[in-house]
Design a protein around this ligand. Structure first.
Ligand code: PY5
Length: 295
C-alpha cells in the first residue's frame, strides 16, 4: 500500500514516525476521516475539500503550521487513491503531525508533516442499529481543550468513552458535556427526534462540527424536515422517539436502545439514511457538488 507523505508516495514500511515526535507523546496533531464510495462505476470521495478545509481549521486552532493548501491536500488524496488503484469503499486518513523529535512542549515554529493513507473500509458500527449508553466520562470542556479542533490528543477522551461503553456491553457511548447536556458519541454526532422534530446539539455545547451532521441538516431541510439545533438534556434523550448517530465512519446509524430504553428504527431516521446513501453514491444529481470522482 502506498501512502502520501509530504508530496511523496512511499511504501507502508517507510511511513514511520519518530518515537520522540511530540505529536505521538503529547497529542499535538490534527487529523481527518473521509470516506470514498465505489458505486460499481466510479469511486467518489465524499466532501473531500470540506474535510481538508476542516483539517486546516483544526491546525489553525491548535497553532500547528501545515504548509499545504486545502486544494493541494485534496489533490494529494486523489493521487494516493489512484496510486493504489482501489475500486472499493475506502476510508481516507490525513494526519498532520510534527516529525521532528523533541522533548520540549514549546512547539512554536515547527512545520507539520502531512501523511494521507487510504484503505479499504466497511462498516464502523452495526448497520442494523446500536445499543448506546451514557458513559461516566464527560466530553472535555471547551475551556480545557480546543474541542472544535479534530486534534489527536482530544481522542484520549473519546477512547475512554468508547471503551467504557463496550466494556459495559453496549455498542457505543453517548457523552454529556461538563454541564450535563447530551453532546455526541465517541466518534460521531447525535440526532434525536422528539414530538416529530429532528434536533441535534449546537456547536457551542462543545461538539465536533461534523461534516455528516451538516450533510444531515441539508438533507433534512430538503426533505421538509427542519432540524432544530438546541441543547439536549438526558431526559429528552431518554424520551426520544428516534435517535441516530451521524459521522463519516458511522454514516447514519440508528440507535435502537439507550440505557435499557428501547427505540424504534423510526421513519425519520430511515428517510435520512436513505437520502444519505443516495447522495454519497452519486445517485442524486442535486448533491453532485459534494463528490470528487477519482475515476
Ligand atoms: N464527533 C466526533 C468526536 C468525531 O470523532 C467525529 C468523526 C464526528 C463527530 C463526526 O464528524 P464527521 O461527520 O465530520 O466525520 N469521527 C471519525 C470519523 O471518521 C472517526 C474517529 C474514530 O467518523
Amino acid at each position: 500500500m502506498k501512502i502520501w507523505i509530504d508530496g511523496k508516495l512511499v511504501g507502508e514500511e517507510e511511513a514511520k514516525v519518530s518515537v520522540l515526535s511530540p505529536s505521538l507523546n503529547y497529542g499535538f496533531g490534527v487529523f481527518e476521516g473521509i470516506r470514498a464510495y465505489w458505486n460499481g462505476e466510479n469511486l467518489l470521495v465524499f466532501r473531500l475539500k470540506d474535510h481538508m478545509d476542516r483539517l486546516l481549521r483544526s491546525a489553525k486552532i491548535i497553532g500547528l503550521d501545515v504548509p499545504y493548501t486545502a486544494d493541494e491536500l485534496t489533490k494529494a488524496a486523489v493521487e494516493v487513491i489512484r496510486a493504489n488503484g482501489f475500486k472499493e469503499d475506502l476510508y481516507i486518513r490525513p494526519v498532520a503531525y510534527i516529525s521532528k523529535p523533541q522533548i520540549s512542549l514549546d512547539v512554536r515554529g515547527l512545520q507539520a508533516s502531512v501523511a494521507i493513507a487510504a484503505l479499504p473500509f466497511g462498516k464502523y458500527l452495526k448497520v442494523e442499529g446500536v445499543r448506546a449508553t451514557v458513559v461516566s466520562w464527560r466530553r472535555v470542556h471547551t475551556s480545557m481543550m480546543p474541542v472544535m479542533a479534530k486534534a489527536t490528543g482530544i481522542y484520549l477522551n473519546s477512547i475512554m468513552a468508547a471503551v467504557e461503553a463496550r466494556a459495559k456491553g453496549y455498542d457505543e457511548a453517548i457523552m454529556l458535556n461538563a454541564e450535563g447536556k447530551v453532546v455526541e458519541g465517541s466518534g460521531e454526532n447525535i440526532f434525536v427526534v422528539r414530538r416529530g422534530v429532528l434536533m441535534t446539539p449546537p456547536v457551542e455545547d462543545g461538539i465536533l462540527e461534523g461534516i455528516t451532521r451538516d450533510t444531515v441538516i441539508t438533507l433534512a431541510n430538503d426533505l421538509g424536515l427542519p432540524v432544530l439545533e438546541k441543547s439536549i438534556t438526558r431526559e429528552e434523550l431518554y424520551t426520544a422517539e428516534e435517535a441516530f448517530f451521524a459521522g463519516t465512519a458511522a454514516e447514519i446509524t440508528p440507535i435502537i436502545e439507550i440505557d435499557g430504553r428501547v427505540l424504534p428504527k423510526g421513519p425519520i431516521t430511515q428517510r435520512i439514511a436513505e437520502a444519505y446513501r443516495r447522495a454519497v453514491t452519486g445517485r442524486e444529481e442535486k448533491y453532485a457538488y459534494w463528490l470528487t470522482p477519482v475515476y
